[in-house]
Design a protein around this ligand. Structure first.
Ligand SMILES: NC(=O)c1ccc[n+]([C@@H]2O[C@H](COP(=O)([O-])OP(=O)(O)OC[C@H]3O[C@@H](n4cnc5c(N)ncnc54)[C@H](O)[C@@H]3O)[C@@H](O)[C@H]2O)c1
Length: 143
């Protein structure tokens, strides 16, 4: 069964993170510049939360907070859902569905070693299905 490690081998292990004391404006600039939907929030190098586009809408825009003077640590999601590199991809799908999150930081021995998003999992499923289709097409063609 495919695991998170194999997804990270393909997509890479860089994680975009921001310190909890930095502003929401800095966080959304990072989201825009990097073309991502969430940043990991850290304090003293330790992962303490996640800040997503949804958090920006619900906790900043709709509450009338100002992006330029609100620390991202005040509006991040604190209930972190993380996975291990050995976690099966199927389990990640279940977790994302049950916990209603689209991003799972990957943690090993208390260290942040990557992040997988729902799009990474969908991409992997599609490429698996494409392989099966190609094999079936070859089978039909030669038989
Ligand atoms: N073609 C691809 O390789 C690919 C991969 C993932 C997503 N997508 C597409 O992009 C769109 C948005 O994707 P999404 O909903 O998965 O979310 P997203 O926009 O947050 O993720 C896009 C990519 O950025 C990475 N990413 C996001 N936040 C990160 C962070 N803090 N640190 C490191 N990497 C981070 C994700 O793992 C993913 O590879 C969807 O349409 C999806 O299908 C395409």
């Amino acid at each position: 069964m495919k695991t998170v490690k194999e997804i990270l081998d393909q997509k890479g292990r860089k994680v975009f993170a921001i310190d909890a004391s930095q502003t929401v404006l800095e966080a959304i600039k990072m989201l825009a510049d990097e073309g991502i939907g969430a940043v990991v929030v850290q304090k003293d190098g330790k992962t303490i939360g996640l800040f997503s586009e949804r958090d920006y809408i619900c906790r900043v825009v709709l509450t009338g907070r100002r992006s330029e003077n609100t620390p991202v640590g005040d509006v991040m999601e604190r209930k972190l859902v993380v996975v291990h590199p050995d976690t099966p991809v199927d389990d990640c799908m279940v977790l994302m569905t049950e916990k209603r999150t689209r991003h799972l930081p990957v943690v090993k021995d208390d260290q942040l070693v990557g992040l997988v998003s729902i799009g990474d999992l969908v991409k992997d499923i599609i490429s698996g299905q494409q392989l099966v289709i190609e094999q079936l097409e070859r089978y039909v063609y030669y038989s």
